[in-house]
Structure formats: structure tokens, C-alpha cells
Design a protein around this ligand. Structure first.
Ligand code: TTP
Ligand code: MG
Length: 386
């Protein structure tokens, strides 16, 4: 079946987040990475790339090439938060999202024709929504498979939007260097060069048997397929984070069931929020409990229906807590959601009122931080304790 795959990759991701959060950095060369003498560049803004600064380059080299650059250590939690926002947007465009890294993913949008007049318009909307909600710019590739989509997203970076149709694949690929084929590293490149194969077009024309003698039958077949733009690999949503959880070691061991339940509710709210941010729902809830003597218990329960709501997460964790029978001397509690399903999937059991409530809570949390709203039992009985 003909598929439509998007590959979305944020432009100069860490540097773009810095420029967004510090307007004074905008339009300037920003370099993020390890600032110690042996540090390397994580990424550089496109302004800095003009001076030849690249990812994975020693920071010393970057400083030499770009003496006027703004050099930053980087703030991973902020990048992770931006990433979660972007992935939450992805999940609104497809139930099949395969993350490749913190800032890129494949989306299988086959059958999403109803959402837009064409894949290109859908991709434009996705780019516009990312820009509007995160003030960050994405490049998008559209193609009938993963290989071509990833190639396409890179062709006109930054702010790219390139579609490669099945019928144009051969001629779009032909002039590109063999290095662009998946699996071709330095060594294979050398072997191909020895056969006089420098461009993907050369590989398209090459005799597969001859190729097989140089690099092995499997690799040869794979390269021939890719060079002709054929790639049957599926978008695999399971490769995303397997679990989202939160655990807390307490300053003083918890000495009552009431205290423990209060902490469990707070943990459930954090996990629910993070699940919703990631655009997933968990079918399995895990509870972890460590006693003062460090004996540690974990229990997990699979729900009838996946959830990203605080109450069912809390109730499930509370039941498991009571079954464990540990009532005092609690050093650590943790709740994890796993066994994910995309939460954007329509559900027969969807509770619209609740969805609206959570939508409103989450909007406030996004604006004012995670701690803005908690449910009544979380308000400390003794305010001095907080
Ligand atoms: P990339 O998507 O490879 O790079 P980028 O987003 O900075 O730039 P562009 O896509 O426009 O070419 O990687 C995403 C982030 O991952 C990047 O911002 C920083 C981090 N990263 C590293 O920390 N080390 C690396 O070697 C690379 C390549 C990326
Ligand atoms: Mg990127």
C-alpha cells in the first residue's frame, strides 16, 4: 500500500531554544555544548554554522572559528520540555509517531487525507502549529517511505518543507553522494569509491552481483533498494520512551498512611501531566516503595483502558500501596506509567468533561509551571511544613 510518511526535525534545536528564551541571542551565533577545555559542540545556530561550527566539533575549534560566538553550557531540562511539547503536537497529527531523537520523529500520516487537502498542506499546518505553540522552527520531509522522508527534511534546512514523490525518487537521489544512503559510513564509502561508485545514481546503475562481492550480498541488496528509493520499514511507535515516572525520596520517612496517600496523589498528578504532555496514555501503572531499611517493593497493574488522568493513576497506585501493607517507615515512593498508547486515539469511553478539565489544568500548568494547581488534599494541613 502507498504510504505517506513525514520526517520532522527541528532546526538547530538546542540553540533555537536558547534564542527563543533569550531574545538578545537572536540573529547571533550561538554555540551550545561542553565548555570545559575538552568539551565538544552539541549544536550551533545557523549563524554560527556560517563560520564553520558543527556538532561534535571540539569546543576549542569552535571558539577559534567563531570568536564572537555566544557559548552556552546548555540546559537539558529546558530542551526536554520543548521536546515534550513538540511530541505532544506530533501526536495530534498521527497515532503512529516514531521518535528518533530529542528533536526528530517519523509520522505515518497515511489515511489522514480527511484532515487536509494534501500531505503538503498537513505538513504546513504542523509546522505552523509548532511555530505558534513553541516559537521553534521545524523542517519537514514528505515521502512514501522513511528513508526518502528523512532525506527530504534535510534538503532545504532550515525551515524546509520538501516532498519527494515515488515517481521522482530516482532522479532526486541520483546526484547525491553515496554517504546519504543509510548504512554507508566511511568504510563502505571507500569500498564503493574503489568500484567507481560515488553518487547514488552510480549505485542505481551498478550490477548487484558485483556490489555483493565487495560488501556482501545483504548490504548490496539493501543499498540497491535504498538507492532506488525503496524502503519498506514501518513507522514503529514503540520505540518511544517506554515509561514515564516520578519517584521521591523523602527528607523524613513517612510515618502514616495519610501522609503516604498525600504523596501518592502528588506523584500521580506529576505522572499524569507528563503523560498528557507526551501525548500518550499508560495501560500499566507501577508503584515503587522503599522502606527505611532499604527493602524495596515494586508492584504493577494493567488497567482495562489506558489513561493519562490523575485519578485512575492515583487510585491504582493507592490500591497497590494498601496491598503491600507497609504503613510507616517509608523512605521512597514512586509511580510510573508504562505500556503506552497514543492518547489522541478516539475512545468509546472518552469522558469529554474530564478532557476539558484536564485541558484547562494543563494550559495553566504550561503557563505557570507544574505547581500551579493541585487538588485539595495536597494543600498542606500545616502550611509551615511546605
Ligand atoms: P540534530 O537534529 O542533529 O541537530 P540540530 O537540531 O541542532 O540542527 P539541524 O537539525 O537543524 O541540523 O540534533 C538535535 C539536537 O541534539 C541538537 O540541537 C543538539 C543535540 N546533539 C548533540 O548534543 N550532539 C550531537 O552530536 C548532535 C548531532 C546533536
Ligand atoms: Mg534537528
Amino acid at each position: 500500500m502507498e504510504r505517506t510518511i513525514l520526517h520532522v526535525d527541528m532546526d538547530a534545536f538546542f540553540a533555537a531554544v536558547e534564542q527563543r528564551d533569550h531574545p538578545e541571542y537572536r540573529g547571533k551565533p550561538v554555540i551550545v555544548g561542553g565548555l570545559s577545555p575538552r568539551g565538544v559542540v552539541s549544536t550551533a545556530s545557523y549563524e554560527a554554522r556560517k563560520s564553520g561550527v558543527r556538532s561534535a566539533m571540539p569546543m576549542e575549534t569552535a571558539r577559534r572559528r567563531c570568536p564572537d560566538g555566544i557559548f552556552l553550557q546548555g540546559d537539558y531540562p529546558r530542551y526536554a520540555a520543548a521536546s515534550a511539547e513538540i511530541f505532544a503536537i506530533f501526536s495530534r497529527y498521527s497515532p503512529l509517531v516514531e521518535p528518533l531523537s530529542i528533536d526528530e520523529a517519523f509520522l505515518d500520516i497515511t489515511g489522514m487525507e480527511l484532515l487536509a487537502p494534501s500531505p503538503r498542506i498537513l505538513a504546513q499546518r504542523l509546522k505552523a502549529e509548532i511555530l505558534e505553540k513553541t516559537q521553534l522552527v521545524a523542517s519537514v520531509g514528505i515521502a512514501p517511505n522513511k528513508f526518502l522522508a528523512k532525506l527530504a527534511s534535510d534538503l532545504e534546512k532550515p525551515d524546509g518543507l520538501v516532498e519527494i514523490r515515488a515517481e521522482e525518487a530516482l532522479c532526486r537521489l541520483a546526484p547525491l553522494p553515496v554517504r546519504r544512503l543509510w548504512g554507508v559510513g566511511e568504510r563502505t564509502e571507500e569500498k564503493l569509491a574503489a568500484l567507481g561508485l560515488n553518487t547514488i545514481g552510480d549505485v542505481q546503475q551498478a550490477d548487484e552481483k558485483k556490489l555483493a562481492r565487495a560488501i556482501g550480498a545483504r548490504a548490496a541488496h539493501g543499498l540497491k533498494e535504498l538507492s532506488c528509493g525503496r524502503d519498506e520499514r514501518r513507522v514503529q511507535p514503540d520505540r518511544e520512551a517506554k515509561s514515564i515516572g516520578k519517584e521521591l525520596t523523602f527528607e523524613h520517612d513517612l510515618e502514616s498512611v495519610e501522609e503516604a496517600e498525600r504523596e501518592l496523589l502528588a506523584l500521580a498528578e506529576k505522572v499524569g501531566w507528563r503523560l498528557r504532555l507526551a501525548g500518550v496514555a499508560a495501560r500499566t501503572i507501577q508503584l515503587k516503595l522503599r522502606r527505611a531499611d532499604f527493602t524495596t517493593f515494586t508492584r504493577s497493574r494493567t488497567l482495562f483502558e489506558a489513561t493519562a488522568h490523575d485519578e485512575p493513576i492515583f487510585q491504582t497506585a493507592r490500591e497497590m500501596f494498601h496491598e503491600l501493607g507497609v504503613r510507616r517507615g517509608i523512605r521512597l515512593l514512586g509511580i510510573t506509567g508504562e505500556n503506552f498508547e497514543p492518547s489522541a486515539m478516539p475512545s468509546l469511553f472518552r469522558d469529554e468533561k474530564k478532557e476539558r478539565l484536564y485541558g484547562a489544568i494543563d494550559a495553566l500548568k504550561k503557563r505557570f509551571g507544574e505547581n500551579i494547581i493541585t487538588k485539595a488534599p495536597l494543600v498542606p494541613k500545616n502550611p509551615e511544613k511546605e
